[in-house]
Design a protein around this ligand. Structure first.
Ligand SMILES: *Cc1c(COP(=O)(O)O)cnc(C)c1O
Length: 360
């Protein structure tokens, strides 16, 4: 038998979560963010499952966009960082991809292009305070005029990105909104502001087009809590099996470094999952797992291929029994907290040797 580690991808849950985003912002269109291999879920299966439900897709690399086109995805695709060098433009035009323009260097390249048969839909990115990508508010009008005057440009969408929307108490989101409204007020065209946290937590950020990412996959976009009326379902369930069960004595150390010792005579299981599969090594003893659907706890350090599990809470557990690391019945956000990270990183980090199985 092959290794038991599996990522079960629940595609109906993905569609359900997108409907939740639409219900929260019924008048906005949707740009489904499927960068980083669909947040680790598999970009093609995610795109196919969502293609009848979203207006468009967003990715961060030209390779991913071309992969989508080659697979027959015809919806608009936005490159969130646009192009990195002039040579990519012919591919972008050929595949009918839309680009974010966030930097002077890109403007210069666009200016030097010869007119082409195909034209570009451009997303002008405004930096309203994230200080990552985009033109400052004072430059927006000139940049917009430059783009407008360019024969290659078909349309201009105005966009910005929120830095602190995950914290519903943080007034910086309102500051960013004000800056955006102010510097774009005289300019026509569609607008796009909200990520998942904006969609579910800040109705003032809803614009013509929203950009849900993490919520599609069932991750909570907020640093604490989520509204009771939002029903996100986990899309990825990471699971494996027990491959050993032992009875140890009080004081026996478990795993590398012996950082955890049995507090009493007790059963300890070993499950076939580790950091080689993308299970975070930073998850400490006490991190919850489900054994036969019941909560148990990590015991000792995460190895490359295995973890130890305190089985005191799951009597009778035996070799072959299912172990869920996150997903159905065990929110990924809880595991992320135990590993001092966020759900995004865990989802993106599941490695190639884990078998992906679709649940349709
Ligand atoms: C990744 C990304 C999103 C989606 O963010 P979530 O927090 O996952 O919803 C939206 N907009 C831009 C520009 C992004 O890079």
């Amino acid at each position: 038998m092959s290794r038991a580690a599996q990522a079960i991808i629940n595609l109906p849950a993905l569609v359900h979560n997108l409907q939740q985003a639409k219900a929260a912002a019924p008048t906005s269109k949707t740009l489904a963010v499927i960068k980083a291999n669909g947040y680790g879920h598999g970009i093609l299966r995610v795109a196919r499952a969502l293609s009848h439900h979203t207006d468009s897709f967003a990715v961060a690399s030209l390779e991913e966009a071309v992969e989508l086109r080659d697979a027959g995805i015809q919806k608009p695709i936005v490159l969130l960082e646009g192009f990195f060098e002039a040579g990519e433009l012919s591919v972008i035009l050929h595949h009918g991809l839309d680009i974010v323009v966030h930097h002077r260097a890109q403007l210069e390249v666009l200016k030097q292009q010869k007119p082409a048969d195909a034209k570009l839909n451009v997303w002008l990115k405004v930096d309203t305070g994230m200080h990552r990508l985009g033109f400052g508010p004072q430059e927006v009008k000139t940049v917009w005029n430059d783009l407008k005057a360019n024969a290659l440009v078909e349309s201009i969408t105005l966009m910005t990105h929120l830095a602190n929307a995950d914290d519903r108490q943080d007034s910086y989101t309102s500051t960013q909104l004000q800056r955006f409204d102010q510097c774009t007020q005289d300019l026509p065209g569609p607008r796009s502001i909200a990520n998942s946290a904006g969609i579910l937590g800040w109705s003032a950020t809803h614009a013509d087009i929203n950009r849900p990412g993490i919520l599609l996959y069932g991750g909570n976009p907020f640093n604490i809590g989520i509204d009771a009326d939002v029903d996100l379902k986990p899309v990825m369930t990471l699971q494996t099996q027990l491959i050993a069960v032992h009875q140890y004595q009080k004081g026996d150390p478990i795993g590398y470094g012996g950082v955890w010792q049995c507090p009493q005579d007790m059963p300890v299981g070993v499950a076939a999952i580790g950091y080689g599969d993308g299970y975070p090594r930073h998850a400490g003893s006490g991190t919850p797992v489900l054994v036969n659907g019941k909560r148990a706890q990590l015991a000792g350090r995460v190895s490359m291929d295995m973890i130890g599990i305190d089985l005191r809470n799951t009597p009778g557990a035996q070799v072959g029994d299912p172990v869920i690391l996150w997903g159905e019945g065990l929110p990924i956000d809880e595991i992320a907290r135990c590993a001092s990270t966020i759900s995004y990183e865990l989802m993106c980090g599941v490695t190639q040797r884990v078998k992906f199985v679709e649940k349709t």
